[in-house]
Design a protein around this ligand. Structure first.
Ligand code: FMN
Length: 197
């Protein structure tokens, strides 16, 4: 079996800068990583950073996805072993729950049959809102899995449940879901040690 193909969706959260480290850990874990960013994600981190760390071109618009006769994002959707969205905004969770396809990331989410792993990050009140919770439940009934969010001090100044899970936790879950557990275990120790520093 070849290397797993992970599509890393990045959305417009203040935690988007952590997606750079996630991409790097996934590459080190042996995955081929293709990053798809929403327009709002590009306000928080540059496609250039994500391209360099993922070692692949980044999709931010339908134009980026047009490389040959088959739209690139549909080709990616077909090849994916896993669709990981980290960080996932309240907005993208709502879009995914309701099957909206207004950008390449949500189009891929509809087109792929790969499992979906979502790492939410948002203000605690946004996370606890009944609309968000209903969207999360709906996605879970369709088989989507979630990693986090965690409790802690949030970027908005509040304390609560809404922090992005740690980079290590997200990378390990993603790689395990791709059947890359041997590589994950090797990566686990240094990642955890790094977290304690
Ligand atoms: C500074 C700043 C930080 C934000 N952080 C978050 C966040 O962590 N989580 C979230 O759900 N929305 C956050 N938002 C709001 C989203 O950017 C907004 O809902 C946007 O429409 C999301 O678009 P996307 O889901 O297409 O990326 C933030 C907005 C700003 C201005």
């Amino acid at each position: 079996m070849g290397a797993p193909v992970i599509i890393l969706g990045v959305t417009g959260s203040i935690a988007a800068y952590k997606a750079a480290d996630i991409a790097s850990q996934l590459v080190k874990g042996g995955a081929k990583v293709y990053v798809v960013m929403t327009q709002h994600a590009c306000d928080f981190i540059t496609p250039l950073t994500m391209q360099t760390l993922s070692r692949n071109p980044v999709v931010t618009s339908a134009q980026d996805a047009q490389t040959n006769w088959k739209p690139g994002h549909i080709d990616l959707a077909d090849r994916a072993t896993l669709l990981l969205i980290a960080p996932a905004t309240a907005n993208v969770i709502a879009e995914l729950a309701h099957g909206l396809a207004g950008n390449p990331l949500t189009e891929i989410a509809l087109a792929t049959r790969a499992p979906l792993l979502i790492a939410p990050a948002m203000n605690g009140k946004m996370w606890e809102h009944p609309a968000t919770q209903a969207n999360v439940s709906l996605l879970k009934t369709r088989g989507a899995e979630f990693v986090g969010p965690e409790a802690g001090i949030l970027a908005c100044g509040y304390e609560g449940l809404g922090r992005l899970a740690t980079v290590a936790e997200i990378a390990i879950r993603a790689l395990e879901k791709c059947g890359a557990s041997a590589t994950v275990r090797r990566a686990e120790k240094p990642l955890r040690e790094k977290k304690r520093e």
